[in-house]
Design a protein. Sequence first.
Length: 401
Amino acid sequence: LAVDKQQNSILRGKGEEMEVNKQFLDEAIAAHSSQPEIQALYTQIKTNYDKRLYHNATLAVLALIDRPELKGSPELIQLYDNFIVLVQSKMNQLTLAKIGVEVSRAYSDPTEAINFLERLANKVTTQEGLEPSLLLRSVSIQLKLRQGKQDECKQLLEEAQATLEGIAGVDSVVYSNFYRAQAEYWKLRSLPAQYYQSALKFLSYTPLETLSVGEQKQLAYDLGLAALIGDETYNFGDLVAHPVLKSLTGTDSEWMAHLLQVYNRGNIAEYENMIKTYEPQLRAVPALASRADLLKEKIAILALMELVFNRHSANRTIPFAEIQQLLRSDVVEMIVMKALSLKLIRGYIDQVSQEVVITWVQPRVLGMDQIGKMHERLGGWIGKVHETLIEMEQGTPDLFS
């Protein structure tokens, strides 16, 4: 697409503005004669622009930048400089920002991409531009993090979060890019618990099909590792239930998915077998090999929580001996006190009776097996209510006649 560089990004009089667009679009249409779908989109852009149907032209632009053949192509920069910049005032500001994000990925130099994003963020109007600006700056932060500018990004993320909290009805793509930037920051700072929360939020706002298979695998592995080594992470249900974990199936990291499922079930026997089976893989990950004691403590606490969950709320006074048998260890009090300090359970230890009295256990996302157990308990409760109703009807016939 040979367009005079001096014409790029220049806003002139009405006549020349139309001429610049026609020249660029005509050359683009001719250049893609062997790619009819792309050629058709350029034709739609030109036709709609000539008719001043700017919304329809914008839809065609969105479809064009979404074409796999143009992802990361310098042609997107040319499209922006020679067409989008001329009609951006007539576009929805958030749509313009989304287009800008795709264009920024066409720059080979990260610094140029950052400059482009920040220039565009400054162009959006203050009233309409909270979401668009936040989207563009979130992507800019991601690029800056890859340049090692952690201190600058820390402040930028704090400012972005404050802005985000003050906006209602935010588009999911804005949340997605913000939490992606935040997760990357926590990862670089080696804070697994914070990374785990931000990365899960990123996933909740991001359609899985928009991530490449490689991105899905890396994200699933990183989330799994963060869940295992995070000091305060004891809820694995959100991750285990998410389809991103299936991306590890058939890979060298499939063991990670199996291990996470065992932790979510709180099954110590399965855990011990898993540790033996995957010992080479675990030793090959320094973060896991150096935290063997934490991994043992975490499975013990999760096993205790599972034990409490499976008992009726009126029967949560548990003897030390039962917990000791479950944990296959005599460190009952230490595990219970740790769970209490983390506020995973509430209750107290009765040293005289050698019992633990549990009054509450932290809610968590349940697996299908756990839901099945709850269904059985609910069925039993319904049965008891029905029996009580029959007894009352038989014992007080005058009240129910």
